[in-house]
Ligand binder design. Structure first.
Ligand code: HEC
Length: 123
């Protein structure tokens, strides 16, 4: 009898604990799933270091018409070309954009990730 009365008075509490626990479960698995998919193996130098050393000179103030970082409207037409085209243009040079953005020792992988960083900062 005691247990039944205990159950009767505390079941809402027990239920809400259960609901909280269930609600946290998918949240947790979603978060860990996300880190798994976004964590790409990148072996290059930090992209901020490359950007701050080479690209910033033109891409912060829009020298010679360079798309400025942080300006979504200037980046959108570039983004529409797709990252592979942007990378190819950055490697071989594109109008006033010098080959490899003057980072002659940047690998293709480093350039790709630096461009992705610039896009990320401009949306
Ligand atoms: C000397 C100045 C200068 C430097 C340094 C520079 N850029 Fe640029 N960049 C430009 C200019 C100017 C354009 C615009 C070219 C055009 O569309 O006519 C441009 C365009 C781009 C584009 C768009 C290309 C396209 O197809 O639309 C990308 C991507 C890019 N730069 C990446 C970089 C990266 C990454 C670095 C550093 C490693 C860098 N740039 C360094 C001047 C520069």
């Amino acid at each position: 009898m005691f247990f039944i009365s205990l159950l009767r008075s505390y079941w809402p509490l027990a239920l809400s604990f259960g609901v909280c626990f269930l609600a946290l479960l998918p949240l947790h698995s979603q978060a860990s799933g996300e880190t798994n998919t976004t964590a790409q193996p990148y072996s290059g130098r930090p992209v901020t270091q490359i950007y701050n050393t080479y690209c910033i000179a033109c891409h912060v103030n829009g020298v010679a018409g360079a798309p400025r970082i942080g300006h979504a409207e200037e980046w959108q037409p570039r983004i529409d070309k797709g990252i592979d085209t942007l990378l190819a243009n950055a490697i071989k040079g594109f109008n006033a954009m010098p080959p490899r953005g003057i980072c002659s020792n940047c690998s293709d992988e480093e350039l790709r990730h630096t461009i992705l960083y610039m896009i990320d900062q401009s949306q």
